[in-house]
Design a protein around this ligand. Structure first.
Ligand code: XMP
Length: 479
């Protein structure tokens, strides 16, 4: 048996080449996520429960990338997470959160506002006509939590509203002149049709790179599994406006993945479907033939994965990306290089090897926007993270399903670990650093675009001594 060699990021370097780029700013990082979606920044946050929920997805889309919301929650919750992203930054929120005035008191509304992470809420009647507005400020100063909100909300006659056709310029003027932060839009019948907020206008101005859909809303992906409620889940997520569906299982090159892709594409022909994970050219071909629009590549390279140790299977990530992308390119299908990215240089290598985008887990786990718990250890701040096939993740899923203590945890074969990740501040700062490194990397290869990088990239295989030389050495590093 001839055993081929498999290489990963640390086994290679890209050879610097003559460059016509005068500055790294000239490097265009945009790349295809799928045939119909081009990302300005080719970075996706992982669909892991300690990486991506709505907060991370919003941060990623504002930076020009995208977040894929994990699936380890009820359909209703996943739908709500998608809706939060969709509501987050369009200049007009088309489907603002409302409550119908019944008998709510201050405590009910505070709870609702906290759960939905909003600063205020619009009150409507049963015909969806606007009848009041409540802000966190109105509620925060109220001592009597049992007081009915009808008594403290700003009533309709004192609310400044706009027409459904209000433009960005008009909205800015109205908000400025009236010194208000929220402008509900109502039609002639008094029905609520949307909401414009100062925060969203500022975001629009401050985030010129934001990744948006045709309606000006931030883009977001959401994941599903191959068993159980995946068809129903997809239907609801599509209704909520999700841009990309991710069919995600550890060993994606499997008959049931192929059956699922076919079912999904026949039932929801217009969805953009990412399928994975695979680590070979054959796996890539089979998923594409079944109907995948994008293939996600990576078996075992992830920072919290133990698949290769537990099962003895996997392909070093650089080789996996090269083999998958060679096949995918024939079908004009993009590849997501998923897992194992530790430095911006790894992103450059993953893209140079043929990836169109990269998926990142642990580098983003330590940020403010990741859903994990923050803990202190030896005076330092960390966030809890875990592989989706870890014992802890499995335990949480079973508990959420209402299982009791003894549900067979001892028989569960974990393929992931739990970990502490140093707190790293905001996801935007991390993404900007990574993009800076990517731009520099592109200029070292003389590539103005990712496509040029594919053509021009030349790898050299290195030894352990070469790797050692690549890191700072023989000095006491201060920072
Ligand atoms: P990084 O290295 O960016 O990788 O943290 C993130 C990717 O790791 C995969 N993942 C797992 N793989 N067992 C595995 O074998 C696990 O428990 C696990 N959890 C996540 C996933 O593809 C993710 O995007």
């Amino acid at each position: 048996m001839v055993i081929p060699q498999g290489l990963t990021f640390d086994d290679v370097l890209l050879i610097p080449q003559r460059s016509s780029l005068a500055s790294r700013k000239e490097a265009d990082t945009s790349s295809r996520l799928s045939q119909n979606i081009t990302l300005k920044v080719p970075i996706i946050s992982s669909n892991m429960d300690t990486v991506t929920e709505s907060e991370m997805a919003i941060a990623m889309a504002l930076e020009g990338g995208i977040g894929f919301i994990h699936r380890f929650m009820s359909i209703q919750k996943e739908v709500e997470e998608v809706k939060k992203v969709k509501r987050a930054q369009s200049f007009v929120v088309e489907d603002p959160l409302t409550i119908t005035l019944q008998d709510q008191n201050v405590a009910d509304v505070l709870d609702f506002i906290d759960k939905n992470k909003v600063t205020g809420i619009l009150v409507v009647n049963k015909d969806h006509q606007l009848i009041g507005i409540l802000t966190r400020r109105d509620l925060a100063l109220e001592d009597d939590l049992n007081k009915k909100i009808a008594k403290i909300m700003t009533p309709r006659e004192r609310i400044i509203t706009g027409k459904p056709s209000t433009t960005l310029k008009e909205a800015k003027e109205i908000l400025k002149i009236n010194k208000i932060e929220k402008l509900p839009l109502v039609d002639q019948a008094g029905k609520l049709t949307g909401l414009i907020t100062t925060k969203d206008i500022l975001h629009t101005i401050q985030s010129p790179n934001a990744q948006k859909d045709q309606k000006g809303r931030l883009m977001v992906g959401a994941s599903i599994g191959v068993v159980g409620d995946y068809l129903e889940r997809t239907e609801e997520l599509v209704k909520a406006g999700v841009d990309v569906m991710v069919l995600d299982i550890a060993h994606g090159h499997a008959d049931h993945t192929i059956t699922c892709i076919k079912k999904l594409k026949s039932k929801f022909s217009s969805i953009t479907l990412v399928a994975g994970n695979v680590a070979t050219g054959e796996g890539t071909r089979d998923l594409i033939k079944a109907g995948a629009d994008v293939v996600k590549v990576g078996v075992g390279p992830g920072s919290m994965c133990t698949t290769r140790i537990v099962t003895g299977h996997g392909v070093p990530q650089l080789t996996a990306i090269m083999e998958a992308s060679q096949v995918a390119r024939k079908y004009k299908i993009p590849i997501i290089a998923d897992g194992g990215i530790r430095y911006s240089g790894d992103i450059v290598k993953a893209l140079a090897a043929g990836g169109s985008t990269v998926m990142i887990g642990s580098l983003l786990t330590g940020t403010q926007e990741s859903p994990g718990m923050t803990v202190m250890k030896n005076g330092r701040k960390y966030k809890m993270a875990r592989g989706m096939a870890s014992v802890a993740a499995n335990w949480s899923r079973k508990m959420a399903d209402g299982k009791k203590d003894n549900y067979g945890l001892e028989e569960y074969v974990a393929e992931g670990v739990e970990a502490l990740v140093p707190y790293r501040g905001s996801a935007a700062d991390i993404v900007r650093q990574l993009v800076g490194g990517l731009r520099s990397g592109m200029s070292y290869s003389g590539a103005k675009t990712i496509k040029e990088l594919w053509k021009k990239a030349k790898f050299v295989q290195i030894t352990g001594a070469g790797l050692k030389e690549s890191f700072p050495h023989d000095v006491e590093v201060i920072q």
